[in-house]
Design a protein around this ligand. Structure first.
Ligand code: XMP
Length: 525
């Protein structure tokens, strides 16, 4: 399902991707200005671009030097389309080189915070740069470059410099081309978002059409058109993506949608009930609640190896889903909460399997469905905004990511009913204390891990104890690819530890995991 025309209008900004770490971030920043943005391959042809007729083009940064063999380039025809263009870092250098300017190894590479000086227009005798209008003449920017533009192409003027980049910004306003050597999209460039706003709105003339209210109307219309009078099913996992996808599709096709919630008994405290309560009661959806906790626990008896656990849970999930689905006559459509980052990343080479992930999206190919994926163009924060707009409660909209195999991979050793209760109780304490401390939203994930087969000696009320440890894990992250352990205040950790020992029987020690990812992963298994 593509984005409906009426939401975008012609106000679409395409980001040409040169392999930048930050291409996604650029698209997100543009969307924050209420303009739709999408990433496309750098070698898109000028003809194709002319056909799509975006309101503006941004050339992203990239890891290569424009001078090396095989450095990604562009169809030179794109410079003649007259579409407003902003080059960032590598994109700026490429623009300079392809249009006849000079890019050199400056010998003064810059990484990190750098001071940018915006030129006084009097220096050049020209008009002030509209890109920098109302911004201070000196400002901090985030740089990451080795090469530098040393002389801009004919018709361009240099509009800013930095200690290592004589042409840290340049433009040819008559041809609607602007370029900056630094990264306006990152948070370390304080005025960066203003630059993106100015480019998109003042210079490229985009409106403010990309709003969630518009999106809902148009996306719901697209779902209705796709499904017609057919039936759809949606596997709810309790996570935000499937929840929002279901709510949106329900808005479109009402009771032609049936949701299937496979309750594997490995969810967090209160979570299963909440899914049922929210969707059945509040949203009025038809929901099949497949209570399969006991079957999962039986299947997991004696399984210790993490991959074996994941496989067992994944397989049983599919079986239970299939059985539940049998109750839905003729469902031809399957609703999935696939997000934009999954769509763009699925094209790239896959790395070694560290863990076999399973989620509702991991249903096998031979399930014969047409997919309905209404969130395919959205980033995670947009999905949360959409969920709020659709009336989902904060507990679901702000839910932390949770692995498909649930608490099963947060018990090191065999998964037993008793251990599930222990880790669930400890987990609830961790999350409650972080919520009370107001840290919930800045932490990506926080949870408890039970080391089931480890015992240590302790003393409680003059008695020797011999019990299991709980590991508290809390991380900050942007996308779960990398993560850092969260610097939780000692008082909060102290409360968490005290409460776990006091309230969770059999636990006599609490440790805090201070490992980043890499080298560790977020989950323990
Ligand atoms: P790791 O542990 O690999 O986890 O650093 C990265 C992120 O993925 C989540 N995770 C999963 N999500 N199915 C999922 O949908 C899974 O099987 C699964 N395993 C891990 C994990 O919680 C973290 O956010």
């Amino acid at each position: 399902m593509s984005i409906p025309e009426a939401v975008i209008g012609n106000d679409e900004v395409l980001v040409l991707d040169f392999g930048a770490q930050y291409a996604q971030l650029i698209a997100r920043r543009v969307r924050e200005t209420r303009v739709y943005s999408e990433i496309v391959a750098h070698d898109i042809s000028a003809a194709e671009l002319a056909e799509r007729a975006p309101a503006a083009i941004i050339l992203s940064g990239g890891p290569k030097s424009v001078h090396v063999d095989g450095a990604p380039g562009v169809d030179p025809g794109i410079f003649d389309l007259g579409i407003p263009m902003l080059g960032i870092c590598y994109g700026a250098q490429l623009m300079a080189r392809d249009l006849g300017g000079e890019v050199n190894s400056s010998g003064r590479s810059e990484y990190g915070r750098t001071e940018l000086t915006v030129h006084d227009p009097g220096d050049e005798g020209g008009a002030a740069s509209e890109l920098f209008a109302d911004l201070p003449a000196t400002q901090t920017v985030w740089m990451s470059h080795f090469d530098a533009i040393v002389s801009p192409p004919e018709g361009f003027v240099a509009t800013a410099s930095s200690p290592g980049a004589p042409v840290a910004a340049m433009e040819n306003a008559a041809r609607s081309m602007w370029a900056v050597q630094y990264h306006p999209e990152v948070a370390h460039t304080p005025h960066g978002q203003r630059i993106i706003e100015r480019f998109v709105h003042s210079l490229a003339g985009c409106g403010h059409r990309w709003t969630m209210a518009n999106f809902i109307d148009e996306a719901a219309a697209a779902v209705t058109a796709q499904v017609g009078d057919g039936r759809a099913i949606c596997g709810l996992s309790g996570g935000v993506d499937s929840a929002v996808a279901a709510a949106l599709v329900h808005r479109a096709i009402g009771d032609q949608l049936t949701c299937v919630f496979v309750d594997n008994g490995l969810m967090r405290e209160g979570e299963g009930e909440q899914v049922v309560e929210t969707f059945r009661r509040h949203q009025g959806m038809e929901l099949i609640h497949a209570k399969a906790g006991e079957r999962f626990l039986e299947r997991l008896a004696g399984v210790i190896d993490p991959e074996a656990k994941r496989k067992a849970i994944g397989e049983l999930f599919i079986r239970v889903f299939e059985e539940a689905r049998g109750g839905v006559v003729d469902a031809r459509f399957l609703v999935q909460g696939t997000l934009y980052p999954d769509v763009i990343e699925s094209g790239s080479a896959t790395a070694a399997t560290i863990k076999s992930h399973h989620n509702v999206g991991g249903l096998p190919d031979d399930l014969d469905f047409d997919l309905v994926e209404p969130l395919r163009s959205l980033f995670k924060d947009e999905v949360r905004e959409l969920g709020r707009e659709l009336g989902l409660p904060d507990e679901i909209v702000w839910r932390q990511p949770f692995p498909g195999p649930g608490l099963g991979v947060r018990i090191v050793g065999e998964v037993t009913p008793e251990r599930v209760s222990l880790v669930r109780a400890a987990d609830a304490i961790v999350r409650e204390e972080l919520r009370i401390a107001g840290l919930e939203r800045e932490i990506w994930q926080a949870f408890a891990v039970l080391l089931g087969d480890v015992n240590s000696v302790g003393v409680m009320g003059d008695e020797r104890t011999y019990g299991s440890p709980i590991i508290v894990r809390a991380v900050t992250s942007e996308d779960a690819m990398t993560a850092d352990w969260a610097r939780i205040p000692a008082e909060v950790l102290d409360r968490i530890s005290g409460r776990i020992i006091a309230e969770v029987p059999g636990i006599n020690r609490v440790a805090y995991d201070i490992t980043s990812k890499p080298p560790a992963t977020i989950e323990w298994e």
